[in-house]
Design a protein around this ligand. Sequence first.
Ligand SMILES: Nc1ncnc2c1ncn2[C@@H]1O[C@H](COP(=O)(O)OP(=O)(O)OP(=O)(O)O)[C@@H](O)[C@H]1O
Ligand SMILES: [Mg+2]
Length: 1014
Amino acid sequence: MGDNLKVAVRVRPFNDREKQRNAKLVIEMHGDTTIIKDPNNMEGEGRKYTFDYSYWSHDGFKERDDGYLEPEDGRYADQARVFEDLGKGVLSNAWQGFNCSLFAYGQTGSGKSYSMVGYGENKGIIPVSCEELFKGIEERKLTDDAEREAEYQVSVSMLEIYNESVKDLLNTKSFKKGGLRVREHPQKGFYVEQLQISPVRNYKDIEGRIAEGNFNRTVAATNMNATSSRAHTIVSINFAQKAKNDAGKSMTKTSVINLVDLAGSERADSTGATGDRLKEGSMINKSLLCLGNCIKAVADKQMGKATNPPFRDSTLTRLLKNALGGNSKTIMIAALSPAGINYDETVSTLRFADRAKSIKTRAVVNESPTDKLIREMKEEIKRLQDQLKLGGGPGGVIVQGIPEDQVEEMRKQMEEELKKNQKEMEDMKLSWQQRLKDQEEGSMKMLMEERSRQEARKTTPHFWNLNEDPMLTGMIVHFVPAGHHALGNAEPADIVLKGLSVEKDHATIDNRNNSSIKIVPKGAVLVNGVTIDKETELRHNDRVMFGSTHLYVFHHPQDAAIQEKEGKPVERVTFDSAQQEIAEKKGFDMNMLGKSPEEILLQEDITRALRMVGEANAMSTALDKKMLYKLELLSPQARGLKDGRTQVLVRAKNLTNGKECLWRDDSFVDRKYVMQEMYQNYAEGEEDWDCPQDKDPFQDQEDAGYIIGTTFVYMNSLAYCIEMEDILPVTSSTSKEECKMKINILPCHANGGPFTDDEFIDDPNELLGRSLCLKIRIEQLLGLNRKFSHVWCRYKMHQSNDWNTSEVIELSSGNPLIDFEKTFPLNPVTKTLLNDLLDAALIIQVWGRQKPGNLDSSLANMTTKQLAGLDEDKLRYSFDKGAAGSRKADTQTKKGTEKKTAAVVNPETEKALRQKEVQIQSLRAEVNRLRAAKDKEASTTRTSVGFQGGESVNSKMALVTAVVNEAKRLKKETILRERLASILQTGRDLPSTEIKQIEEKIGENKPSKACVIM
Ligand SMILES: Nc1ncnc2c1ncn2[C@@H]1O[C@H](COP(=O)(O)OP(=O)(O)OP(=O)(O)O)[C@@H](O)[C@H]1O
Ligand SMILES: [Mg+2]
């Protein structure tokens, strides 16, 4: 019935960032059981999974002098142990003639490459298996008896799947549009056409090939602005053993070992609310999604369900078809991050692994008489030839209804296939020694070059690359020996960097006898995070960014010696540290000291988003998309949350009409991948690289509107059952005042009736257990920019998750009436509600949609680059007259309110105001007490003029007036003043008609001298 797919999980150590933010360890392993704990419920049992192997590589190790991580205790699984369990099995299977597949699955940065390829001395399964394979061959050669005439042939290929297209990493000529074709062979299954399979003699050869493949990968990824962690890499070792069997017949035993380092799995199953439509169009996640579907379907099928695994749906699954259920012995390593922050992703990895373990494969020994293989090959060639003769259609039949050009295309493909088969057959006939010899020359040359390159790095100043994927870091080196060097995007520049924002004549580097090395920028160059615009001296370990993606570290051996003498420490530069530096120089606080884990996470989000925003802008410029992107931060409070993380947003502005929108950073990330695909098509010279506007990732198609700003309504007066009415500033996430909001909140009875005199509250605690209603009315917005076409407001009430959203108002003036009233029964008033009223603010968001404006005609012909370079005030748009006209009529209102509310924005004034409110409240209580005393007095001595304590009341009243006056200057407390005065004088509140009249009378709000009481 076949073998089960073997599944191992491995958990890596915390990385530096996780250590800095005191990450929670959520993985436990006991024997072959792996447990993951929910970081929000560490006491809980967690989820349990069992696998063939559970490798604890999180702690319990020490670093040897040579950098190898070895166990300190028996628990830690080092590279040797993993090889022992998994790699050895693979090798023994290969010797027996089985196909083997080993693939690593897990989110970005979880340790897939570490297990598969390894870093430095910590060699992964791929290099160690190759090394061991040759060791085995050497041993066999020594012991084989001469009669068998055994021959061992090893060859290697290396490919990458990025964006559904296949690149032969050992042949840069294959880096063409669309990549190499994946075809299906009736017996062998899917294979990559024209993939170079290089014969290798020993481990060094393989190492050299893999290094070459990684180098090609790095260059292509950087030039194409591709994210390498989204690529799948497959290294295939073809191992053939030819020998005479006991009957003297020549037999060939073959085994293909596929070693697959999959792309980071994150977001593979994310269902972000926005950008989905774009994601559908993107191929970035297609292969991984399809892999998940296939694994599920294979498992279901093997359980007896009628289903057909959709292998054909993606490039990766076609190539892995055998590995997942076919002729292969397969192992999967699921790489786990130990940190709580990655909980969701890790659970999804564990689920994936759990499902995979039930898959069974049916591996068979691939052994045939050598002449049979040749015969089969001949038959295949004949079949193809016959088909071609008959007209080229599949099965040799001319296909009716297929356009001629397609028939021609099929014919061409067949011819290519035929040629390939003929070559393969010749190769088979050709002696292995001959093929090796052909390769040898090239390999030797490369080896020598690599050696001299390594030597030169010790003495010659050079730039070495930084890549998001540590595997690709340090792969590219550009030497700048004494002399003058031009850097640009094409020959004849000495250093050619292709890709985003690199100009033809981008920079020159002058090396004066290795003593002083200066760079003169002509295009965008950042040195240590700062844009340079004049000649700048480069020092050892400086970080240099050319354009928007080429990030390098400058290595200056002579200067390094000087710095060492001066005792200057040389810091280890990583991709992350260099990106953080850029963010810091752009004004973001990147200091981790004393920061909470949330703040450190935010820093990471900012660094990543900043880089992506830079790249998106560079792509918009290159494609002249007339879009400009900026990073923006939105606090949890502004999003209506009590606490939580600050959100990173991207503001996208259409430069031709001034329309703006805000994207969440995850939705922006999705878009960025689609932008990248588009850019890639453009860079590859595809004519129809552009797409219709409704699918354009650069633009906002949905026009869901965006948050213009928020206002904070402090409601403490409501806890005393005092109505509040105010005009408050609505500020954007960049603290810019966008407009003002006129709002009124009335505490009332369940039936909507207002509170009467007798129901005043001296102490808010009196409200506890009683019922109270709040009538919230958002009346109007004032002074809104004419660029908006629609606005609406929304807020969440105390402890509710539901948004209360006003109607969408179409704007005819800058002061739209919102007229949104809602009554909230709070029955009964609880302690938490009371605390909220006293301390928290009601956060009201103002949302809007923009209308397109007209760009100033003098700017109409400018390119994206020119427009993006203009200052905000020079980038002028005109909007239709309607809104502008009515705004004018409303300027009076706007002016009148500006003074009052401007003060509120100032935190000092805000504080003073709140103190005043507290004073007012305590005075009110005092007044009420005195009034009660007065009433009591009056009822006993009705005839007397005046009453005891009258003086006290008067002085209190003066004080109350002064306090209220002061409050009035800062915030609109006029009505309250009048009402208080009325209470003090008559013992009664004013009737509502009178209140309205007073309100109307209040025009200007000048502070009076008498009101200063502090
Ligand atoms: N078992 C381990 N022991 C020590 N360090 C590890 C281990 N696993 C991973 N790491 C470290 O974690 C980092 C990320 O690992 P790696 O590059 O293997 O991730 P990945 O899963 O291949 O990511 P990507 O999807 O981006 O390619 C590396 O710096 C690596 O050295
Ligand atoms: Mg990797």
